[in-house]
Design a protein around this ligand. Sequence first.
Ligand SMILES: [Mn+2]
Length: 393
Amino acid sequence: MKFIHVGDTHIGNVYKNDIRNEDVKNAFKQVVDSALKYNVDFVVHSGDLFNEGNPDLGALLFVTDQLNRLKESGIKVFIVPGSHDVGMGDEDSIVELFDRNGLLINLNSKRYISNEESGFHLEGETYRNAFLCGIRGKRSKVENEIFKRLKIKIDAKAWIRIFIFHHTISSLGEQFKDLDTESLPKGFEYYAAGHWHGHKDNISYDEGIIQYPGSTEYCDEKEMVDNPNRGYYLIEYGEQGIEKIEYCLLKTREKTIVRINADKKSAGEIESEVISALSKNQGKTLVIKISGKLSGKRGDLDLGRIKKETAELGYSYTSINTAKLVDDDDNVVEIKESDLNNIESEFLKSRGYNDDAIALAKMLIEATASKSSSESIKVRAEEIFDKYDNKRP
Ligand SMILES: [Mn+2]
């Protein structure tokens, strides 16, 4: 028996660039091609099927077509919704629509869950001698609300037990975590993890292993720079459990990363240096990182000119990162905290905001972080203001 474990496919508008959004779709299509080629028994998806909870029609039709290809070959798809698969303020996920249309199995559909005083009771499915269950990604209080109260009806007779979840666990680094590794339920051979877009395999836990396949395409410039490749897992199992695991690479567009040190250079000199580092090509992606202290004003740098040049040379996508570029006018704020959460707080404190204002700002940052429509952000913002009003003495 074999299955594919994939995650974070992010179908939809990851980029404001049609070619890159097509790349994101193409990565998913490659996974479906492989599932058919290897004739797997089923596919496990660890969340973020879509990039947003309210995907556009093109994304919905594409996913429908791909899931139909699997269905026609008798390959079932088991999934839990990821943090991106849920619209702002929504209880249900877009994934549930596909469950009801019979194109996949949402293991967090209400029929699997009963949240009672005695605990958060979860059921799963046994299919081809594999037991599968999971918990969807959520933004807050997930450990106390769900994981710490989790009671699972595990099928002890299954050959392999698979737990699917969508969180960054503390084993990947305390500063990134939104779930303590130890909060995961015990008694599973394979923990199919999503949310972390880098790929990380073979993390030991209890009697099993935790595996992050990462995203199937680079979802931002940072992923392009930090992570060398994209892929999914192909797992074979038998009566004795896991027999073989292979990390399979997906074909991604060629990329070029250019780093420029701007120290003591004028805007014109920097532009020339960038352009001379580039060459004619057939649609590569390009990341230009400019850092240091330029002489003159940061605003003098003509990013439009650079982008025009790169388009003419054939690059399909250009990202210019000037986050670490400063000029004489810049007042650099010293941030000593390393925890992401604290960086926000310390930055706001340095700008003179009081604790109440910071708390409100952080709620809004959380609410707007998922690129939802302005209407749903408005609804969420109103909820936040209500909550804020209630908290006041
Ligand atoms: Mn994701």
